[in-house]
Every structure is written in structure tokens, then in C-alpha cells.
Design a protein around this ligand. Structure first.
Ligand SMILES: Cc1cc2nc3c(=O)[nH]c(=O)nc-3n(C[C@H](O)[C@H](O)[C@H](O)COP(=O)(O)OP(=O)(O)OC[C@H]3O[C@@H](n4cnc5c(N)ncnc54)[C@H](O)[C@@H]3O)c2cc1C
Length: 401
């Protein structure tokens, strides 16, 4: 049996795990990252992740430190305005519209949108540049034994890895979280999200639009033009049976239905990728650390895709963890450091999980009276400039102090 040692073992090579490998590797730590599922790095390949990620301002610093931003920037679409629309009246036409313009609070755009399959491609390429990082696709974590001095991890190829710190980024059903005995609180909504890309005749103008009617938001996020036609990524949340009906619907009918749901704000929408479908839950782990182990990303927290928070929260986890490791490189993975990681991240994660849960419940409402109340709330809240600015900064993850 092969036995190797490393500073950090990252269990999970999704977008969060690969970001962790690039970030800690760029900081000079010896990193091994494993994932039983090799990454799919082409848009048209089977199993490609057709979601996009809107990276918000604070994530930029992390992507730069990981040596990723120069690779990603040429493919990113800037998000300058975030538009909230209520379309909860008798017809799906917009009745209340409020804009948040990044220029009111910052010189930078709100965020930058990138397809997830492309993130994987660039992250794998970045990790390959780092001689102190080893990415082992096709190999998973099979068992974990933690001691005061190390995490001993057995991989599916029989290798035993002794790591000073085990970073669990192996998803919402994390085997590492289970192995170290940390539970999680899960909220199920009976809701699913369709994610796909469309083209449309009218330009998006770098505006990201969230339209509320019932079942959850319908969000259009700008993508680069394709063959001269403006394009957007769409996340369409609905109750489960309705989402499955839309998923299976013939394409022409689907185009008509989503155009109606969008209030035709950009004219007729045309599907240009496959449709993918994702279950929607909220989840928070009871703790973010165990002996020699840190939980990050969806292993620690899952939120519905509202306000582009999920992966941005994950990069915030990594930023804090890296700061602590850099501050005391001789003590990485020790109990005091991991306690500090838990304390610094948990309150903010808990607040965001609660806030997004509330927004999702409000957006799901179908009863006309409640939809009217929601519209009035959007108009009143977002109409007051100081409130709007505070909400914008909070949404961006910018510190309010
Ligand atoms: C429709 C939708 C839209 C979204 N839009 C945004 C957005 O705009 N902005 C944003 O910030 N977030 C967004 N999110 C959230 C974001 O997509 C997720 O946070 C992110 O994809 C989760 O990445 P992850 O690496 O934590 O988990 P995963 O992608 O689930 O990765 C976990 C990995 O662990 C691996 N694994 C499993 N078992 C093992 C094992 N035994 N050993 C090792 N590895 C293992 C799996 O194979 C997998 O690759 C969205 C989510 C959805 C559903």
C-alpha cells in the first residue's frame, strides 16, 4: 500500500474543490485534490454543468490569488445592473421593476458571469501549472481517520494520505462530513431549478434580471453574444412537478412558455443548450470543523440560487481558511486554527442561509393577495435610496462597516 504525506488534502474536485487546490497551491502549500468523477470541460459533452456562476466583487480577490482570474477574465460577462421585477399580476407581464446599479456603490461591476463547465476547464489547467499540486481525477476518498497530528485518508486506489489539513469539498452529501460525524440541517422546498442558455433579439445591456411570479424566481444572467445574437443564462425555479413538465416539454412549446414567463423583456427566447435540472434545498452543517478537518462550500452550506450566493460564500470560506493557514503555517490544521475558522465563518453563513431561505419562500408564493404584498414590499424597500444601497452592499458581500 502506497503511503504519502501532504499539507492539504482536498476531498472533492468540483468548482469549489478545484478553487481550493489552486488557491492553497498558489500560496505554496503542498496539495492533493481527489474526485471520483473526472471533470467535464466541454459545453456539449455529456454531463456538462450548464449552470453559470455570477462571481461577486469579493470573489475577485480570491480568484486573483488563486492565479485564476487572468484565465477567466477573457470569458467573463460583466454584470452592471441587478434588476428585480415583480410579475405576480393576472398576466406574467412585469408590474414593478427596480434597478440596482453597481455604479451607485462602486467603480466595479456587481459581478462577472462565467459558465461552470468553462470554470472547470480553466481550473484544471491552472492546477496543472502548479508543481506542488496534484489533482487525481477518478479517485475518491473512501475512509477517514483523524488524529491530533494528522488526518489519515484512504483513497479508492488504496493510497493512504497523511494530511495536516483535510478540506472537505465533496458536496452536499459529503462522505467526509459523515465520516467525521458532523450532521446538517436540511430544508426541502419541493422545488427544482432548470438551468440552460438562450438567445434573444434584444441586447441584455449587462443587466441581470430576477423575475418573481410564483414557484420561485426566473433569472436571466448575461452571457457573451453568440453568432451575433445576444445570449443569457437562465435559472428557472418551479415546484417539482411543474419543473419536470417544463424539462420534458417539446422545444418549440418550451420556447413559447419561457418567453411568456420572462414577460418577453428581450423578445422571443430561443433555447441554445440542453436543459439541465437541479434539486433545490437549503442546508447548513452543524459545525464547520472537526479534528484536522475543515468543511467548505456545499459540504458546509447549500442555498437556493437567488442573488448568486452559493459559490461566492464558498470562496469566502476559502479566503478565511487561507488567511489562517498563512498566519500560522507551522500550525495548519491544529485545533485552535480550525476553531477560529468555525467562529469566523459560521455566523455569516447562518445569516445568509436564513436570508435566502426567506427570499425563496416569498418568491414561491402563488396566492394573488400574497403576490400583491410582495410587489408592494419590493416597491417600498427598493425605492428608498439608503435601504437600496445597504441591500446592494450586503448582496455584494461587501462589509457594511
Ligand atoms: C441552478 C443553480 C445556479 C447557481 N448559480 C450560482 C451563481 O450564480 N453564483 C454562485 O455563487 N453560486 C451559484 N450556484 C451554486 C453553485 O453552483 C454551487 O455552490 C457549486 O456548484 C457547488 O460546488 P461544490 O464544489 O461545493 O460542490 P459539487 O459541485 O457538488 O462538488 C462536489 C464534488 O465532490 C465529489 N465527490 C463526491 N464524493 C467524493 C469522494 N468520496 N471523494 C472525493 N470527492 C467526492 C463529487 O464528484 C463532486 O465533483 C448555483 C446553483 C444552482 C443549483
Amino acid at each position: 500500500m502506497t503511503r504519502i504525506s501532504t499539507d492539504i488534502l482536498v476531498s472533492g474536485g468540483g468548482v469549489a474543490g478545484l478553487s481550493a487546490a489552486a488557491l492553497f497551491g498558489s500560496a505554496g502549500f503542498r496539495v492533493i485534490c481527489v474526485d471520483p468523477a473526472p471533470p467535464v470541460t466541454e459545453e456539449t459533452a455529456d454531463g456538462a454543468d450548464l449552470r453559470t456562476t455570477a462571481f461577486l466583487q469579493p470573489s475577485l480577490k480570491v480568484l486573483r490569488e488563486a492565479g485564476l482570474w487572468d484565465r477567466l477574465a477573457p470569458h467573463a460577462t460583466e454584470l452592471q445592473v441587478m434588476r428585480i421585477v415583480d410579475a405576480g399580476g393576472k398576466t406574467p407581464a412585469p408590474r414593478i421593476t427596480r434597478d440596482f446599479n453597481a455604479a451607485d456603490v462602486s467603480d466595479l461591476p456587481f459581478g462577472w458571469n462565467l459558465p461552470n463547465w468553462l470554470l472547470r476547464r480553466e481550473m484544471v489547467a491552472r492546477v496543472a501549472e502548479l508543481s506542488n499540486v496534484e489533482f487525481r481525477p477518478g479517485i475518491g476518498t473512501t475512509s477517514v481517520l483523524t488524529r491530533d497530528a494528522e488526518a489519515l485518508v484512504t483513497l479508492s486506489d488504496g493510497t493512504r494520505v497523511s494530511a495536516r489539513l483535510l478540506v472537505a469539498a465533496d458536496g452536499r452529501n459529503s462522505p467526509v462530513r459523515e465520516a467525521v460525524g458532523i450532521g446538517a440541517r436540511t430544508i426541502r422546498y419541493g422545488q427544482k431549478a432548470l438551468a440552460f442558455a438562450v438567445s434573444h433579439p434584444q441586447p441584455h445591456g449587462n443587466v441581470s434580471t430576477e423575475i418573481h411570479r410564483s414557484g420561485g424566481p426566473f433569472t436571466l444572467v448575461p452571457l457573451p453574444d453568440r453568432d451575433g445574437r445576444p445570449c443569457s443564462a437562465i435559472v428557472w425555479m418551479e415546484r417539482g412537478p411543474e419543473a419536470l413538465r417544463l424539462f420534458a416539454m417539446p422545444e418549440a412549446e418550451f420556447n413559447a412558455e419561457m418567453t411568456a414567463r420572462s414577460g418577453a423583456i428581450y423578445g422571443p427566447l430561443t433555447l441554445i443548450t440542453r436543459r439541465t435540472i437541479w434539486p433545490i434545498i437549503s442546508q447548513i452543517a452543524h459545525r464547520l470543523s472537526a479534528r484536522r478537518t475543515a468543511l467548505v462550500a456545499e459540504t458546509a452550506h447549500v442555498v437556493p440560487p437567488i442573488g448568486a450566493q452559493g459559490l461566492n460564500m464558498s470562496l469566502a470560506d476559502l479566503r478565511v481558511l487561507l488567511e489562517l493557514c498563512r498566519g500560522a503555517p507551522a500550525h495548519i490544521g491544529e485545533a485552535a486554527m480550525l476553531e477560529m475558522y468555525h467562529r469566523r465563518r459560521y455566523p455569516e453563513i447562518a445569516a445568509r442561509v436564513t436570508g435566502i431561505d426567506m427570499l425563496n419562500r416569498v418568491s414561491m408564493q402563488g396566492a394573488p393577495a400574497i403576490r400583491d404584498l410582495r410587489a408592494a414590499g419590493i416597491a417600498a424597500l427598493y425605492g428608498l435610496p439608503p435601504v437600496r444601497k445597504t441591500l446592494m452592499r450586503a448582496g455584494l458581500g461587501v462589509r457594511l462597516a
